[in-house]
Design a protein around this ligand. Structure first.
Ligand code: GDP
Ligand code: MG
Length: 677
């Protein structure tokens, strides 16, 4: 006889190790059709029977939300392997059993490998295998894949199960759900058995219909009579339990699991908590998590933006202005360069690029701390904490990962939404990711902070909080209007804390800084030149004072739009538009328009210029506008690619910019009303 066994388990449960143990070196690696998820197959070694082993993707659940889950589930129900080997990480049994309860419902025989038993023993914990088998209703074989222990027994047990199944023996199903749910399942099942022509297990189909599983509904042609009874059942149960159906079913599974774990797992008292667990008890604590996050962020920004930042700004300004600017000016004069060329190079390029570079050293310090937080494993906790908050608002925690990436740059953040399977959650995440302040927005914030708020370290982290707040608020609005639907549940893996390695932190920091400087040397360089030209010539290409230039005419036309936000002056208005090229160009623009020349002859620096044309209040309103309004063209391009729709791109840009205008107006008007400026 020849059989096919599928290996299924959570990520990191030891599936690959087990696969290698079972197959030796006879494996074939390819991809699942149409996707980039790896597919591995091999032949079990040292067995009389011919057994093909298929390694399915690592998953936490069989819901149809991620590519991996869909691949694994479709494989099991459509290709019908003879048996599923469910690998359970024994050190994390409670979470792993969630998948097990779902596998047991598919109608395919399941054998559980309770893996990493060596780690359980090392901790001094005890698991009663006999009881576990009895309560689960499936065979359980203890294994240690990395030591090759229990693998032979596992395969023998698996073979005996398929042979029993072949001769008509089946696995008895355990009682997981409350009676009234079971009643609905059997009512739906009875009709499904009569009216549906499907090769799937009837009870499973009934459960999935109850859960309103879109993917299964698409696969099967469900008659209206069946849909009606399903809808009635859902309505009745949801009312009775005052919850949505998916949550009711998940709760039942969790109750079943915690009952079993309570009866079969004995933790050695006092132990069981690793150092990581202990740190997490505090760091991800429901009440402490957010204050701790805020304190860490405050500290990071206090050091990089206020303390060290103040020092480095002075140094770079001196370097750019006195040293480089002065030297180049001397050369140009000596060479007898035309006035316009001197202006272009000194005021345009050095003023613009230099304005941006002013903030590079403090950004590098900031990047250093962020890399430190990432490498230590803390950022994964932040995602976990945010997931909890997001879910409370009905948003998917999956949205947070793209946002986290978006703190570097929105473009990869928006691209990372590809991992979100649920289309509505994905659209929403694309719309929300740019609200998280990216690296390019920091020079803008740093500039205003240096000019107005250098003694207020809370301003910088508060921009994060405002960004997250705007994202959550927008999520709630979108969920209740154009993107109605349920959020997909999300389980996350928390890596152990590690002491970061200095080398890798420095490499991360350098990569970010390098990307920043390349941008300064290309797009910001060119933009600075163009902006200088526009502010030096009028429409008849005569060289004029900035006040009469092309840029001023354009700026004065749009400036009234920004008057309610407190910066209805043409220079600031122009900067909001040039910021579309890249957010740093806002700084370059203000650097060219303010830093040099007529505004502050006695103190010709960018910060002095800014301090003259903004107030603290209008500066804050400008930061809020920059934070929330349409992102740069690169991010807009990424949005268009990921939405694959101009309509959605424009809806998003309109929403972001409109919201930015409203928030900026509120900040300024309320601030003024209460006497802040
Ligand atoms: P996969 O993600 O499910 O494919 O997991 P891997 O096979 O890559 O294993 C994840 C980690 O767990 C690796 O570091 C393995 O060495 C380790 N591992 C696998 N099986 C065992 C085991 O039985 N005991 C212990 N202590 N570690 C194991
Ligand atoms: Mg693997």
């Amino acid at each position: 006889m020849s059989y096919t066994f599928a290996l299924v388990g959570n990520p990191n449960c030891g599936k690959t190790t087990m696969f290698n143990e079972i197959t030796g070196s006879t494996q074939h690696v390819g991809n699942w059709p149409g996707v980039t998820v790896e597919k591995k197959e091999g032949k079990a070694k040292k067995l009389k029977e011919n057994v093909r082993i298929v390694d399915l993707p690592g998953i936490y659940s069989l819901s149809p939300y991620t590519m991996e889950e869909i691949i694994a589930r479709d494989y099991i129900i459509d290709e019908k392997p003879d048996l599923v080997i469910n690998i359970i990480e024994a050190t994390n049994i409670e979470r792993n059993l969630y998948l097990t309860t779902q596998l047991m419902e598919l109608g395919v025989p399941v054998v559980a490998a309770l893996n990493m038993m060596d780690a359980v023993e090392a901790r001094g914990d005890k698991i009663d295998i006999g009881k576990l088998e009895k309560h689960l209703g499936i065979p359980v074989v203890p294994t240690s894949a990395s030591k090759g222990q229990g693998v032979k027994e596992l395969m023998e047990k698996a073979l005996s199960v398929v042979q029993t199944a072949a001769s008509g023996g089946g696995q008895s199903s355990q009682k997981i759900y409350e009676d009234d749910i079971e009643k609905c399942v059997s009512d739906i099942g009875a009709i499904a058995a009569k009216e549906l022509d499907s090769k799937y297990n009837v009870r499973w189909v009934a459960l999935k219909l109850l859960e309103d599983d879109e993917r299964l509904k698409e696969k099967l042609n469900i008659p209206a009579s069946l849909l009606t009874i399903v809808a009635n059942c859902r309505e009745k149960l949801e009312k009775q339990y005052n919850n949505d159906m998916e949550t009711i079913i998940a709760d039942n599974r969790y109750n079943f699991i915690s009952g079993i774990v309570g009866k079969t797992v004995k933790k050695k008292s006092g132990s069981g908590l690793t150092l990581s667990d202990k740190i997490d008890k505090v760091v991800t604590n429901r009440i402490l998590a957010i204050p701790i996050f805020f304190v860490i962020m405050w500290f990071v920004y206090h050091i990089s933006i206020s303390t060290l930042g103040d020092y480095t700004i002075g140094k770079v300004e001196w370097l750019m202005g006195d040293v480089i600017g002065g030297t180049v000016e001397g050369w140009l004069e000596a060479a007898g360069a035309a006035e316009w060329l001197r202006g272009l190079i000194i005021d345009g390029v050095i003023g613009g690029v230099g304005g941006v570079l002013t903030f590079v050293p403090q950004l590098m310090i900031l990047f250093f701390f962020i890399s430190l937080l990432e490498d230590s494993g803390y950022m994964a906790r932040v995602a976990f904490i945010m997931d909890r908050i997001f879910r409370r608002f009905g948003l998917s925690g999956k949205s947070f990962i793209p946002m986290l990436i978006g703190t570097g740059c929105s473009v990869p953040g928006i691209m990372a939404t590809r991992t979100i399977e649920n289309e509505k959650d994905r659209k929403m995440t694309i719309m929300l990711t740019p609200f998280i302040p990216c690296g390019a927005k920091w020079p803008v914030f740093a500039m205003f902070i240096a000019a107005f708020f250098s003694d207020k370290a809370w301003i910088a982290p508060s921009l994060y909080i405002i960004g997250i707040g705007v994202a959550i608020l927008s999520g709630i609005i979108l969920k209740n209007t154009i993107l109605k639907g349920e959020a997909a549940p999300f389980v996350m893996e928390l890596p152990e804390y590690r002491i970061p390695r200095l080398k890798s932190v420095l490499i991360h920091m350098w990569n970010r800084a390098k990307a920043f400087m390349i941008k300064a040397g290309t797009i910001i360089f060119v933009a600075s030149g163009v902006i200088w030209m526009l502010q030096s010539f009028d429409f008849s290409f005569a060289m004029v004072e900035a006040e009469n230039s092309m840029l001023a005419s354009i700026g004065k036309t749009i400036a009234p739009i920004f008057a309610p936000l407190g910066f209805g002056e043409w220079k600031a208005a122009v900067a909001t538009v040039t910021g579309l090229l890249a957010k740093e160009v806002v700084v370059a623009t203000l650097g060219i328009l303010h830093g040099i020349g007529e505004v502050a002859e006695d103190d010709p620096t960018l910060l002095a210029g800014i301090a003259q044309s903004f107030t603290a209040l209008s500066a804050f309103s400008f930061m809020i506008f920059t934070l929330v309004a349409a992102p740069c063209f690169a991010a807009i391009g990424a949005m268009k690619r990921e939405f694959n729709s101009w309509k959605w791109t424009f809806i998003t840009l309109g929403y972001q910019t409109g919201l930015a205008w409203i928030l900026g107006t509120l900040v300024f008007q309320i601030g003024r009303a209460v006497g802040l400026g």
